[in-house]
Design a protein around this ligand. Structure first.
Ligand SMILES: Cc1ncc(COP(=O)(O)O)c(C=O)c1O
Length: 397
């Protein structure tokens, strides 16, 4: 057996082997998987902008006008108009002086964190932060102190213990696998008191949470604060691809000159930038999409509760149904697919050991009756498989 075969065998043994599925069609509320049409309950296309005709048309028009690719890093062959225009629009939307585009949210987090904290300093990271924040902390070569999930007392103790070396607090705004919200105002207060910056990853908050879908930083009234850095993605609610960082002019100038995934990586394709620009315009013109998303999330939350399935502290469009083990989670996931519901099972290392789950995500384009029917299907399947879900509503928590 080769070493790779042995590693694969180990993953299979532990029910952690993952396989890609081929879906047909755009990321709408329904997709085809093989010979079956299924309700898509695991896409981050929260506002239906990835399959919105105006957004598709903008991408196609930009590809025709500007070409398929951007040719090089922007520091080498220059920014193209679609890049710069989108940056100005995003800065205006987010209420920050400046914005810088990145190839993806993963690159934005790893790059920005590694640039904003370094050896001899300390970065503080919530234990349930996204992998790209974790990897950014590793790349920074700063000391990383992981604090208990949303635990301000633990963080305050840890910062005080860092002897004035605190450089950065990093947090998801909406936690990607749990749908709960970071205590952004309190985190900012702690950061300010200790001379540190606050970086908030709004990947799942943009377009979903806060005034006009501006995210958790805007909801906390902190847009434009000099010690706050916002990371946003273009590939989720904005339906395109790529990411951005919002900050003050000086910080962005520094990022241009120091972030390795910005300096050493080809710029976004113009079509992705133009698609995101159009998506942002649609988001601003049609705030009812956000309202529909919120309504749909509460429809699904209530329908799951009627089935005895709780979703933890989720306050957003991400609704986790915790099962516990990886094997039963995937058994449930496969049974649901047979019954027309595509709700991907999420296992370690994406979530902590013993907390495998179905991560349900609603979109504004779902119809409430199909969400209610999906909840019934999930409840029936869980009962059939005799799954004691980790968080039954009736159980004491
Ligand atoms: C919280 C969070 N941050 C960052 C990312 C990475 O964004 P991207 O998909 O654009 O690389 C994700 C994507 O899954 C995410 O959930």
């Amino acid at each position: 057996m080769t070493d790779v075969a042995a590693r694969l065998a180990d993953l299979r043994e532990r029910d952690l082997h993952r396989q890609l599925r081929l879906v047909e069609g755009a990321q709408g509320p329904l997709v085809r998987l093989g010979d079956r049409e299924v309700l898509l309950l695991c896409s981050n296309n929260y506002l239906g902008l990835a399959d919105e005709p105006r957004v598709r048309t903008a991408a196609a028009a930009a590809a025709l006008e500007w070409g398929a690719g951007s040719g090089a890093s922007r520091l080498i062959s220059g920014s193209m108009e679609p890049h710069r225009y989108l940056e100005l629009e995003l800065a205006d939307f987010e209420g920050f002086p400046e914005t810088l585009l990145f190839g993806s949210g993963y690159l934005a987090n790893t790059g920005a964190i590694a640039a904003l904290a370094g050896p001899g300093e300390v970065v503080f990271s919530d234990e349930l932060n996204h992998a790209s924040i974790i990897d950014g902390c590793r790349l920074s070569r700063a000391e990383t102190r992981v604090y208990r999930h949303r635990d301000l007392d633990h963080l305050a103790w840890s910062i005080a213990d860092a002897d004035g070396r605190a450089a950065l607090i990093a947090t998801d705004g909406v936690f990607s696998m749990d749908g709960d919200l970071a205590p952004v105002a309190e985190l900012y207060e702690l950061a300010r008191r200790h001379g540190a910056r606050l970086l908030v990853d709004e990947a799942h908050a943009t377009g979903a949470v806060g005034p006009g879908g501006r995210g958790t930083v805007a909801a906390a009234g902190l847009s434009g604060e000099p010690d706050v850095v916002v990371v946003g993605t273009l590939g989720k609610a904005l339906g395109a691809y790529g990411a951005y960082v919002c900050a003050d002019h000086e910080t962005v100038d520094y990022l241009v000159n120091s972030v390795r995934p910005f300096i050493f990586s080809t710029a976004l394709p113009p079509a992705a930038a133009a698609a995101a620009t159009e998506a942002l315009a649609v988001l601003r013109a049609e705030p009812d999409r956000i309202e529909k998303l919120r309504r749909n999330a509460s429809v699904l939350r209530q329908a799951l509760a009627s089935e005895g399935l709780a979703v933890g502290d989720s306050q957003a469009q991400i609704l986790p149904v915790r099962i516990g083990g990886a094997e039963p989670t995937m058994r449930l996931c496969e049974l649901l697919l047979e019954r027309g519901v595509f709700a991907q099972g999420i296992r370690p290392p994406t979530v902590p050991e013993g907390t495998s789950r179905l991560r349900l995500t609603v979109m504004s384009t779902h119809q409430p009756p199909e969400l209610e029917a999906a909840a019934r299907t999930i409840g029936e399947a869980a009962r059939e498989l005799n799954l004691a879900t980790a968080e039954r509503v009736a159980a004491p928590r």
